[in-house]
Design a protein around this ligand. Structure first.
Ligand code: ADP
Ligand code: ADP
Length: 225
């Protein structure tokens, strides 16, 4: 079974209004265990929308989202939130770390929300930060860190609850090219070491070419890149 399977996913925003826009048209996508897949398309093509559906942040108008072979489509809000916390990690273009908390605390908090005891959560957070080379910066607030460091902390936060899937939306899009390259390598290494699957939206074709497979969003459907 694929880790993630999307079938017949359709999404229209502003239905019935003059600014109605159909973004996804029966899009299909499967992610196998351990796979790192790029989703490439120009801005506005619907990459974020697709990631939000895959990550249970939004529900499609039609279609089915399965994670680990389980159909998530019919879940109520509460059960969907629980499933999302356990199964999915998100990384965005901007780190969205909580500014008033340390790097460590930013990785601890989602674990507390998931019912992990503080001691265990801190140990895991420190381990993750060490793994991506920011362990020594654990006590610093995001504002005291470089862009690359901030984004590496964001990776750790995404992986804090041991998700099956990592969804990343232009994860290095806010960094200069050299930093972007290094930070991207860190992300790929982390994903490989953790054995999880990743779907990474980007318009950087060079980065995309380093992934296992490239998919394109074309007029609302997913096609091989
Ligand atoms: P991408 O991530 O590829 O840039 P998006 O999924 O963000 O694409 O957006 C696809 C299209 O859907 C764009 O035209 C955007 O303006 C529109 N869109 C995205 N989110 C919303 C929303 N919440 N309400 C209305 N339109 C939206
Ligand atoms: P990297 O992705 O390797 O962190 P950066 O260019 O973001 O690449 O940073 C390189 C190193 O320089 C960082 O590991 C950090 O120690 C230091 N550094 C850069 N900018 C800052 C900053 N604003 N505050 C503190 N340290 C910084």
């Amino acid at each position: 079974d694929p880790v993630l399977r999307l079938t017949g996913i359709s999404k229209t925003y502003n239905k019935g209004r003059e600014n109605e826009v159909t973004v996804l048209r029966e899009a299909e996508l499967s992610l196998q265990a351990g796979e790192i897949v790029a989703l490439v398309a120009p801005s506005g093509a619907g990459k974020s929308t697709l990631l939000h559906m895959a990550g249970l942040l939004d529900t499609p108008d039609a279609g089915r989202v399965e994670i680990g072979g389980v159909d998530m489509t019919g879940l109520g809000d509460r059960r969907r939130t629980v499933a999302r916390r356990r199964e999915v990690g998100f990384v965005y273009q901007f780190h969205h770390l909580l500014p008033e908390f340390s790097a460590l605390e930013n990785v601890v908090l989602p674990q507390l929300a998931n019912g992990v005891a503080r001691r265990a959560a801190e140990a895991r957070a420190q381990e993750l930060l060490d793994q991506v080379g920011v362990g020594e910066r654990a006590g610093h607030r995001p504002s005291a860190m470089s862009g690359g460091e901030q984004q590496r902390v964001a990776f750790c936060r995404a992986l804090a609850n041991g998700p099956r899937i990592l969804l990343a939306d232009e994860p290095t899009g806010n960094l200069d090219p050299a930093t972007s390259d290094r930070v991207f390598e860190r992300l790929v290494t982390l994903v490989r070491e953790t054995g999880l699957s990743a779907l990474i939206a980007t318009h950087n074709l060079e980065l995309a070419a380093r992934m296992d497979r490239v998919l394109r969003l074309d007029n609302g459907t997913v096609v091989a890149g």
